[in-house]
Design a protein around this ligand. Structure first.
Ligand code: SAH
Length: 474
C-alpha cells in the first residue's frame, strides 16, 4: 500500500464531505480518509493532522475557512468545550437526517446488508418534539481544577480556579467546566447547580481533587421527571458529614421547596462515579416517580431510567408494534433493566419473562409490575450467558417473541447463537449502539430476515440514536 499523503503535525486544507461514525466528519485526499471531529459536511477547513495511520488520519480544525450552510449558531456558550453536547452547531433537522444515515451506514458497512436487494425497510427517524430541555437526569461534577474557557479569560474577570461545578471537558477527567447555564435539563436544575455552588463556596466545602484524592463534594445528580412534580437532588460526597449535609438540607428546603427528596450518596472510592457505598435519604421518600405511557415507575438514586421520558415512550411503542403480539404469546425481554419494556408488552401478551443482570434493577422491575397491577410478568436475575438456557426454557416455556435491549457492547456471540438455535418467530432488537446492533443482526442472517428498522432520537444535540429492528425467522 502507498504511503499516506499527509504527515503528523502537517496543516492541510480540506473540503468536508460527510458525517462519519460517532459524530465525526470526514474528507478525502486522493482516496485517503481524514476524520475531523467538530467539522460539518460542506465546511472548508484548515486542519492540523493529529494522528496518522495506514488507512486513515485524524485532524483538528485550526481554522474554519468557509462554514457549511448546515451550520447554526450553538445556543450554549460552553459548546465546543463541554462534554455534554457534541452537535449544537448543526440544526436539529440536519442532526436527525445524519443520524438516519448513520443507521443505514451501520447496516451496510458493519452488517454487510444490501437494504434494497434484501427488502429491508429503513423508516425515517422519529425526531424529538423538544430538542432542548429534554433530560430528566443530569450528573454534574465538582472539581478542584477548573477549566477556564477562552471566553472566561477574555472577560478579564478574576476567576477562582480552584472550584468548579459543572461538566467534564471530554477526555480530561481532571478538568471541570464551571457551568452557569445548560439547556439540556431544566431551568430549575441550573438554578440548583448555581445555588449549590454559591453555598459550597461560601461555607468553604472543598470540591473533589482528583490529584490528591481529597475534598468533600464529588457530584450533584438532579432528577426532574417529566410527568410528575417530583424532584430529587443527590449530593455525592466523600464521607458522611452530618453537620454539612444538615446545613445543605436546610438550605435546599428554604430556597427550593420544589425539591421533594434529598439523598446523600457516600463515595470514598477513587473511581469518578456518581454512585457509591451508601445512599442515605436525608429528607423525602428517597425516590421519584415518572410515567411512560400509562405506567408509573419508581426511580431510586441508583436506578437506570431512560433520560428522555417522552422519547422513551415512542421507543417502547415502536418495540411493542414491531413485536406484533397476540394475546397468547409468551415473550422474553432480554436485558430488561427496571422492566419498562416488559410492562409495555405485558398487557398484550400471555406472559413476559424479563432477564437482567443487576439484582437491584430486578427488584425495581418486580415493584414496578406490582405498582401498575401487572401480574403476568416474571423477572429473573442473572448474566444472560448463564441464565438464558435450557433450564429457563423448561421452567418458563419456549418464547414466541424475543425482545432484546442490550448494553452498548451488544450481545455476547454465544447469546446470539442461542437465539438462532432457539428460533422464536419474531425478534425485536432495541439498541443504543448501531455498530453492535448491525454486527449481532448480521450474525443472525441465516436464521432471520431483517424486515424493518426504526431509528428513534432520544438524544438531541448529540450523535447518539436508538434503533429498533424487527427480524423474522426465515
Ligand atoms: N430495557 C431496559 C434497560 C436496557 S439497558 C430499559 O429500557 O429500561 C441494558 C440492560 O442490560 C442494563 O439494565 C444492564 O444491567 C443489563 N445487562 C448488561 N449486561 C448484562 C448481562 N450480561 N446479562 C444480563 N443483563 C445485562
Amino acid at each position: 500500500m502507498s504511503t499516506p499523503p499527509v504527515k503528523k503535525g502537517e496543516l492541510v486544507d480540506l473540503q468536508i464531505e460527510k458525517f462519519a461514525d460517532r459524530g465525526k466528519s470526514l474528507a478525502h485526499i486522493d482516496g485517503y480518509v481524514v476524520f475531523v471531529p467538530g467539522s460539518v459536511p460542506g465546511d472548508r477547513v484548515r486542519v492540523r493532522v493529529t494522528r496518522r495511520r495506514r488507512g486513515y488520519a485524524e485532524g483538528r480544525v485550526e481554522e474554519l475557512l468557509e462554514p457549511s450552510p448546515l451550520r447554526v449558531t450553538p445556543r450554549c456558550e460552553y459548546f465546543g468545550t463541554c462534554g455534554g453536547c457534541t452537535w449544537q452547531h448543526i440544526g436539529y433537522e440536519t442532526q436527525v437526517a445524519s443520524k438516519w444515515e448513520s443507521v443505514r451506514d451501520a447496516f451496510v458497512h458493519t452488517g454487510g446488508f444490501d437494504l434494497d436487494a434484501e427488502g429491508i425497510e429503513l423508516l425515517p427517524a422519529i425526531p424529538a418534539d423538544r430538542p432542548f430541555f429534554y433530560r430528566n437526569k443530569m450528573e454534574f461534577s465538582f472539581g478542584a481544577q477548573r477549566w477556564v474557557t477562552d471566553e472566561e479569560i477574555a472577560s478579564g474577570v478574576d476567576l477562582d480556579r480552584g472550584f468548579a461545578l459543572g461538566m467534564h471537558v471530554p477526555g480530561r477527567f481532571d478538568r471541570v467546566i464551571d457551568l452557569q447555564v445548560c439547556y439540556l435539563q431544566s431551568e430549575l436544575s441550573v438554578a440548583i447547580v448555581n445555588a449549590t455552588r454559591d453555598i459550597a463556596r461560601e461555607r468553604g466545602w472543598e470540591p473533589w481533587d482528583v490529584r490528591t484524592v481529597t475534598g468533600y463534594l464529588r457530584h450533584l445528580v438532579i432528577r426532574t421527571p417529566r410527568h410528575t412534580d417530583d424532584v430529587m437532588v443527590n449530593l455525592v460526597t466523600n464521607g458522611y458529614d452530618e453537620d454539612r449535609i444538615g446545613e445543605y438540607a436546610a438550605f435546599l428546603q428554604s430556597r427550593f421547596p420544589e425539591v421533594t427528596t434529598l439523598v446523600n450518596t457516600v463515595n470514598t472510592g477513587v473511581a469518578q462515579v456518581a454512585f457509591g457505598e451508601e445512599a442515605r435519604v436525608v429528607y423525602g421518600p428517597g425516590l421519584v416517580r415518572d410515567r411512560i405511557g400509562r405506567f408509573t415507575f419508581e426511580i431510586g438514586p441508583g436506578s437506570f431510567f431512560q433520560t428522555n421520558t417522552e422519547q422513551a415512550e415512542k421507543l417502547y411503542s415502536v418495540a411493542l408494534e414491531f413485536a406484533e403480539l397476540r394475546p397468547d404469546d409468551l415473550v422474553y425481554d432480554l436485558y430488561s433493566g427496571v422492566g419498562s419494556i416488559s410492562l409495555f408488552l405485558a398487557e398484550h401478551a400471555r406472559h413476559v419473562v424479563g432477564i437482567e443482570l443487576i439484582e437491584e434493577a430486578v427488584v425495581a422491575a418486580r415493584r414496578n409490575a406490582e405498582l401498575n397491577g401487572v401480574s403476568n410478568a416474571t423477572f429473573v436475575v442473572g448474566d444472560m450467558l448463564e441464565v438464558f438456557g435450557e433450564e429457563l426454557l423448561d421452567e418458563h416455556g419456549v418464547p414466541d417473541v424475543l425482545v432484546v435491549d442490550p448494553p452498548r457492547s451488544g450481545m455476547h456471540p454465544k447469546v446470539v447463537e442461542r437465539i438462532a438455535e432457539l428460533g422464536p418467530e419474531r425478534l425485536v432488537y432495541v439498541s443504543c449502539n448501531l455498530q453492535t446492533q448491525a454486527r449481532d443482526v448480521a450474525m443472525l442472517r441465516d436464521a432471520y430476515r431483517v424486515e424493518v428498522v426504526q431509528p428513534v432520537d432520544l438524544f438531541p444535540q448529540t450523535f447518539h440514536i436508538e434503533s429498533v429492528a424487527r427480524l423474522r425467522r426465515r
